[in-house]
Design a binder for this molecule. Structure first.
Ligand code: FES
Ligand SMILES: [Fe+2]
Length: 387
């Protein structure tokens, strides 16, 4: 019986030669790419620690100085805090004394104070208090501030980068800000944020986002409220670290036909329908005629992923007196879509564990999935020339 087991030399490009073929001839990534701690560790180093990662709407952090949130991203505790100048800053949430997480959860504070031995950091990350720490004439507080992470903003969302040498976010995004500027996402408000734990490798979701093949089979009861006139897949006209697909249809397909829609955003006819960019590695977006939703993935090891979906709408829509009764239909559709995806993703994850699992082939409608896997290989293994 043929089987595909994780090899000892996991980074040898020959294990991925079949993935490198043209889509019609290619095989999907070998199963260990979804289960292996070694492969995941390589993804941390080569992808998550080098790329811009989406960590949600800016409104996650309240407006007042000292407001903060914490979260864990690929095993790194992170705090984002609003300074006395009201600017947002991101830091590794690890105390420079002996590594305690400095703050927990979210809230508001005057200082970031470690609960272990009470070292205190300013809202700008400087070490300002070290109680009972005496007699160290060779200790300079200025050298022991919180470790800063790059934090930049686009589309009303926060993006972090662990690599001090990285380029800026806008260069990373390429032409995406220009292509989506008509939505004015930076002026939208987040009206809901839903967390879902998916017992699957993060790439299962990432690939599924661009997998148009599954939609008529998995989302029979959630998405095909309306047919579509035209579809476009990512091609060389789209510049930047993202992959996209676009579907043209009138109105919205986020609610049943009889339900009341949100007011339409002022968009030209070429922007009607839905535009779905996945920003490598962890951020997905859907720009529609009346709203935008944003996905963040928080990989937790190779087999578990926290999926967070924020629904963003124009301020005027959120202020409608009957907004609550309108938005509930959008929420129900999004919840149903996610639950349908979770069923197939967790099933797929269980299956790739099998010691006799063998990879198959891509359909032509899997083209973007194949492209997504090549993006992974280029970074984890190196490109086809072994670079
Ligand atoms: S670990 Fe934070 S003060 Fe000791
Ligand atoms: Fe789906």
């Amino acid at each position: 019986m043929r089987s595909i087991k994780e090899p000892a030399d996991i980074l040898d490009p020959r294990h991925y030669a079949a993935v490198r073929r043209p889509t019609d001839l290619a095989e999907p990534l070998p199963p260990w790419c979804y289960t292996s701690p070694a492969f995941f560790e390589r993804e941390r180093e080569q992808i998550f620690f080098k790329c811009w990662n989406c960590v949600g709407p800016m409104s996650r952090v309240a407006e007042a100085a000292g407001s903060y949130i914490t979260f864990t991203y690929v095993d790194v505790p992170v705090v984002i805090v609003r300074g006395n100048d009201l600017k947002l800053r991101a830091f590794v949430n690890s105390c420079r004394h002996r590594g305690q997480e400095v703050v927990q959860g979210s809230g508001e504070c005057k200082f970031l104070k470690c609960p272990y031995h009470a070292w205190a950091y300013s809202l700008e990350g400087e070490l300002v208090g070290t109680p009972l720490f005496e007699g160290h004439d060779q200790f300079d507080k200025n050298e022991y501030g919180l470790v800063a992470l790059k934090l930049e903003f686009w589309a009303g969302a926060m993006w972090i980068n662990f690599d001090p040498e990285s380029g800026d976010l806008l260069s990373y995004l390429g032409d995406l800000p220009e292509r989506t500027k008509a939505w004015h996402a930076e002026d939208m408000v987040c009206v809901s944020r839903v967390e879902t734990v998916i017992n699957a490798n993060w790439k299962q979701y990432y690939e599924n986002f661009s997998d148009v093949y599954h939609v008529p089979f998995v989302h029979t009861s959630s998405l095909p409220f309306k047919g579509h006139a035209k579809r476009e897949w990512h091609n060389e006209n789209y510049i930047g670290n993202y992959i996209m697909h676009r579907v043209w249809f009138p109105g919205t397909r986020s609610i049943p036909d009889e339900a009341k829609p949100l007011p339409e955003i002022d968009l030209t006819s070429d922007l009607q329908g839905a535009f779905y960019p996945w920003i490598y590695p962890n951020g997905g977006m859907s720009f529609t005629n009346d709203s935008m939703w944003l996905i963040e993935l928080y990989p937790d090891g190779p087999e578990r992923t926290l999926h967070v979906r924020s629904l963003m709408v124009p301020k005027a829509s959120a202020a409608l007196p009957d907004f609550a009764s309108i938005i509930v239909n959008y929420e129900n559709t999004l919840a149903l879509i996610t639950s349908q995806d979770v069923v197939v993703l967790e099933s797929q994850q269980r299956s790739v564990h099998s010691p006799v699992y063998c990879t198959g082939r891509f359909a032509r409608m899997d083209k973007l999935v194949h492209d997504s896997e090549l993006w992974i290989l280029d970074r984890v293994i190196g490109n086809a020339d072994g670079q």
